[in-house]
Ligand binder design. Structure first.
Ligand code: NAG
Ligand code: NAG
Ligand code: NAG
Ligand code: NAG
Length: 727
C-alpha cells in the first residue's frame, strides 16, 4: 500500500515536472520562418503552385510542440492550420488564376511566441477569352434582346463590358464569372455584339481580350411619322400656318404610338396617330424648325421641316433727341421699326405706343414730344399691326442737372508774389463740369472735373494787390456757363526793409534826455515790431500794431545806453525784415562838462599865480642865469595838457537837444519843406552856461517821405502807443 502510494506520487511528480517544463519558455526558440513559392514566383495560369513555409525551431527537450500556421495574402488572412509536425508547412494553390496574384506571408505561432516570414509576391499571367451568347439573331426594331458574357475558369472581382457596333451599351459587376444583360438595339441593320471583362487584383487589373462577335439582324418597324406644313414658301409674319403630323404606312392596330409636334424645342401639340395644328407665323427666329416625332415601343422616329418667315416690321428702336437733356428741358423720343415689309404692309397701319406715356405727346409716326423729368426714367415703345406686337428695348433717360453758381475761394491769406491756389466749385450739376478761371474778361485757365464732390484748383501768383478782386470763375456742364462772384481775399504785401530813425539826431544825444527809436516799414499790417540793442539777448520791446510805423522810447539816457540799435518787423507774409544798425553815442551832460572846464580854469589861474609869485621873488633875489625854469619842467604833466587843449581850442562844441517838452505844442510842426534843417545846437564859445536860450532854438521837421507822419507826435499821443521801456 505504501509502496503503491509512493509510486503514484512519483509518477505524478514526474508528470507535473514534464508538464511545467513544456510551459517554460526557455525550452524552445523560433529561429526563423521562411516562405518560398514553388515551382516559381512567376507562373502561367493553370499551374499548380505551392507555398512552402519553413520554420526553424530550436528546442531543448524532445517534447512535441503545437504549431499554428497562418497564411496572409496582401495582409489578409487566407488560411490557418494547427499541426504538431515539425515538417515544412505547405499551402496549395491548384490551377492558379490571375486573381491569385498578390503578396503572401506566413506566420508561425507556438505557445504565444510568434514569428513572421518575409513577403513573397506571386505573379500569375494569362487570362481566358470571354464567350458571348445572344438569345436571338433576327429581330424587329424596338424588341428586347438578351446577351450573356462568360469569363471561363476565372474568379475574383470581375467587371463585364458589352458593345454594340463598337459603342459600349452596358457594364455590369455580377460577382460571378458570367454576366447577363438585356437591351434594345437601336436602328435597323446588322448589330455586331461583343464583350470584354476586367479582373481587379492588388495592385492593378487585368483586361481580357475581346469575345467572339455575335450578329443580330434588326429590321425596321414599317411605320413613319410624316410632317406637312402649308403654305410652304413666301410666309410672312402673321400668316396662318397649317401643320399636320401623322403616322404613315402599315400600322398594326395593336401597336401603341405617341406623336409630338415640336417647334424650336417647344411642344406645340400631342397625339397618338394624327395631329392637326393651326397657328400664326411668328418671326421670333429667322427660321422655324418643326419636328413630328413618333414613339413606338422603344423606337423614336422623326420627320423634320424648316420654314422661314419674313418679318412684317422689325422690332422698334427707341431713341432720344437731343442725346442729352437737362431736367425739364424739351426732348423728343422716336420709336421706329427699321424694316417694314411694304409689299404686305402699309406703314400707316403701324400703331405706336410709348410706355409710360405720361408727359409725352404723340405727334405721329412714332414721334413723342415732351420735357425731361427730374429723375431717371425708363421708357419703352410698342409697335402693333395686324395683331403683332413688338416692344423696343428699354431706354433709360437720366436728365442732367444744371450746374449751380460756382463758389470761388482762395486761402485766407494770399501773399503777394507767392504762389497760391484759387478753388472753384459748384454744389450741384451733373458731371463732368468744366471750370474756367477769368481775370476780368480774359480766360486764364480751364479744367474739367469728372469726380463727384470735387472742384477745380487753379494755381496762381499775383503781383498786384488790386488785381485779386478781378478774378472769377465759370462753370458749365453743357449749357451756358454760370459765373461766380469776384474773388474776395486779402492780399498780404510782404514787408520792405525797415528804416530806423532816432530823435534827437545822433549828434545831440546826451545824458538825461529821452531817446525815441522810430521804425518804419512798407507792407500789410498787422505788423510785429521788435527793437534790439547789440549784445542784449532779448529784444528791448515787442509790439504788434496795425501801423506801418512804431516808436520805442528810452527815457533818461545814461552813457550806459550807448550801443548799436536796430529794429525788426514781420507780418503774416512771415518774412522778418531788419533795419540797418544805428550807433547811438550818449554824450556827457552839459553841466558836468561845465564843471570840468571850470575846475581846469581855476587850476590854471592858481598855477599862473604861483608862477608870478615865484618869478617876482627870483628877480628880487637875483637868480643865476643857469637856474631851471619852472615852466619847462612841469609842461609834460597831464593836467597841463588838458588845460592847454582848452586854451588852444576854445570852440569845443557840446550839444544839447532842445526837447519837445520844452516847446510850445502849437509851434511844433514846422512844416516848411521836406529838407531837414535840424541844427539848433547851442554853441557856447567858452562853455559859459549862462547863454542858454531854449526859446531861440530853431526847430524844423526831420527827413521823411510821408509828410503826415514825418513829424514827431506830441508826447501825450506817444504815451498811448509806446510800451514801457524795457530797461
Ligand atoms: C494539377 O493538379 C490536379 C489535381 O489537383 C491535376 O489533375 C492536374 O493534372 C495538375 N496539373 C498539372 C499541370 O500538374
Ligand atoms: C430573348 O430575351 C428577351 C429579353 O429577355 C426576351 O424578351 C425574349 O423573349 C427572348 N427571346 C427568345 C427567343 O428567347
Ligand atoms: C430702369 O431699368 C433698369 C434695368 O433695365 C433698372 O435697373 C432701373 O432701376 C430702372 N429705373 C427706374 C427709374 O425704374
Ligand atoms: C469779403 O470777405 C470778408 C470776410 O469774409 C467780408 O467781411 C466782406 O464783406 C467780403 N466782401 C465782399 C465784397 O463780399
Amino acid at each position: 500500500m505504501g509502496v503503491l502510494l509512493l509510486l503514484t506520487s512519483a509518477a505524478l511528480c514526474s508528470y507535473f515536472h514534464s508538464g511545467s517544463a513544456g510551459n517554460a519558455q526557455n525550452f524552445f526558440d523560433i529561429d526563423s520562418v521562411e516562405l518560398s513559392i514553388e515551382p516559381e514566383s512567376e507562373v502561367h495560369r493553370n499551374t499548380n503552385v505551392t507555398l512552402r513555409c519553413k520554420a526553424t525551431v530550436n528546442t531543448e527537450g524532445s517534447e512535441v510542440l503545437t504549431r499554428n500556421y497562418t497564411i496572409y495574402k496582401d495582409n489578409e488572412m487566407v488560411y490557418f492550420k494547427t499541426t504538431s509536425s515539425s515538417e515544412d508547412f505547405l499551402y496549395q494553390l491548384p490551377e492558379v488564376r490571375v486573381s491569385n496574384n498578390g503578396n503572401y506571408k506566413c506566420k508561425i505561432d507556438i505557445m504565444g511566441k510568434s514569428k513572421n516570414s518575409n513577403f513573397q509576391a506571386l505573379k500569375v499571367t494569362g487570362i481566358s477569352k470571354p464567350v458571348l451568347h445572344l438569345n436571338k439573331t433576327y429581330m424587329t426594331e424596338g424588341e428586347e434582346i438578351s446577351a450573356w458574357c462568360t469569363a471561363p475558369g476565372e474568379n475574383g472581382k470581375i467587371v463585364f463590358y458589352f458593345y454594340d457596333n463598337d459603342k459600349m451599351i452596358d457594364q455590369t459587376d455580377p460577382k460571378s464569372n458570367t454576366a447577363w444583360v438585356k437591351f434594345y438595339p437601336s436602328g435597323s441593320g446588322t448589330h455586331r455584339i461583343r464583350c470584354t471583362y476586367t479582373i481587379s487584383v492588388t495592385p492593378g487589373s487585368f483586361n481580357s481580350e475581346e469575345s467572339n462577335t455575335a450578329n443580330v439582324e434588326v429590321t425596321e418597324i414599317p411605320i413613319h411619322p410624316s410632317l406637312e406644313i402649308t403654305p410652304k414658301n413666301n410666309i410672312y409674319e402673321g400668316d396662318p400656318l397649317n401643320i399636320t403630323c401623322t403616322v404613315k404606312n402599315g400600322l398594326r392596330s395593336s401597336e401603341n404610338t405617341e406623336l409630338l409636334l415640336i417647334q424650336n424645342d417647344k411642344i406645340l401639340s400631342k397625339g397618338t396617330t394624327s395631329i392637326s395644328y393651326s397657328g400664326i407665323a411668328q418671326a421670333t427666329a429667322p427660321d422655324l424648325n418643326f419636328v413630328c416625332k413618333l414613339k413606338v415601343r422603344k423606337v423614336v422616329k422623326a420627320d423634320k421641316d424648316t420654314v422661314s418667315v419674313t418679318e412684317l416690321f422689325s422690332v422698334p428702336t427707341l431713341t432720344m433727341s437731343p442725346t442729352e437733356v437737362f431736367q425739364k428741358d424739351p426732348m423728343q423720343l422716336t420709336c421706329q421699326s427699321e424694316r417694314v415689309a411694304s409689299e404686305r404692309l402699309d406703314k400707316n397701319e403701324l400703331i405706336y405706343r410709348l410706355l409710360p406715356h405720361e408727359n409725352m405727346i404723340h405727334k405721329g409716326n412714332g414721334e413723342f414730344a415732351g420735357s425731361a423729368l427730374q429723375n431717371e426714367y425708363n421708357y419703352t415703345c410698342i409697335v402693333e399691326a395686324r395683331g403683332i406686337v413688338k416692344e423696343s428695348k428699354t431706354l433709360t433717360i437720366r436728365p442732367k442737372v444744371s450746374v449751380s453758381i460756382p463758389k470761388i475761394s482762395a486761402s485766407d491769406w494770399l501773399i503777394l508774389g507767392s504762389p497760391f491756389t484759387i478753388y472753384c466749385q459748384s454744389e450741384n450739376g451733373s458731371l463732368p463740369i468744366t471750370y474756367s478761371l477769368w481775370r476780368k474778361f480774359e480766360q486764364i485757365n480751364q479744367t474739367t472735373v469728372s469726380q463727384p464732390r470735387r472742384g477745380a484748383a487753379f494755381p496762381l501768383t499775383i503781383n498786384n494787390v488790386e488785381e485779386i478782386n478781378s478774378y472769377r470763375c465759370e462753370a458749365t456742364n453743357g449749357k451756358k456757363p454760370v459765373s461766380s462772384k469776384g474773388l474776395n481775399a486779402t492780399v498780404i504785401v510782404p514787408l520792405s526793409k525797415p528804416s530806423l530813425e532816432v530823435i534827437p539826431v545822433p549828434a545831440d544825444i546826451a545824458e538825461g534826455h529821452d531817446l525815441y527809436l522810430m521804425c518804419r516799414v512798407e507792407g500789410t499790417p498787422p505788423i510785429t515790431f521788435k527793437w534790439y540793442r547789440d549784445g542784449d539777448q532779448r529784444p528791448l520791446n515787442v509790439t504788434i500794431t496795425n501801423n506801418q510805423f512804431q516808436v520805442h522810447q528810452i527815457p533818461y539816457l545814461s552813457q550806459l545806453h550807448s550801443g548799436n540799435y536796430s529794429c525788426e518787423a514781420v507780418n503774416y507774409a512771415n518774412i522778418p525784415v531788419r533795419s540797418d544798425r544805428l550807433y547811438i553815442n550818449v554824450r556827457m551832460a552839459m553841466w558836468k562838462k561845465g564843471l570840468i572846464v571850470g575846475s581846469c580854469l581855476l587850476l590854471v589861474s592858481l598855477l599862473l599865480m604861483m608862477g608870478c609869485v615865484l618869478y617876482y621873488r627870483s628877480k628880487r633875489v637875483k637868480v643865476d642865469s643857469t637856474s631851471v625854469s619852472v615852466w619847462s619842467e612841469r609842461k609834460p604833466e597831464p593836467g597841463d595838457e588838458e588845460s592847454s587843449i582848452m586854451s588852444n581850442e576854445p570852440d569845443v562844441a557840446y550839444t544839447e537837444v532842445v526837447h519837445p517838452r520844452s516847446v510850445d505844442p502849437t509851434r511844433v510842426p514846422l512844416r516848411k519843406h521836406t529838407d531837414t534843417v535840424y541844427s539848433e545846437v547851442q554853441n557856447s564859445s567858452h562853455g559859459a552856461p549862462d547863454h542858454h536860450d531854449y526859446g531861440s532854438a530853431e526847430y524844423a521837421e526831420f527827413s521823411a517821405e510821408h509828410p503826415q507822419s514825418s513829424w514827431f507826435p506830441p508826447r501825450s499821443s506817444l504815451d498811448l502807443d509806446l510800451p514801457e521801456p524795457v530797461d
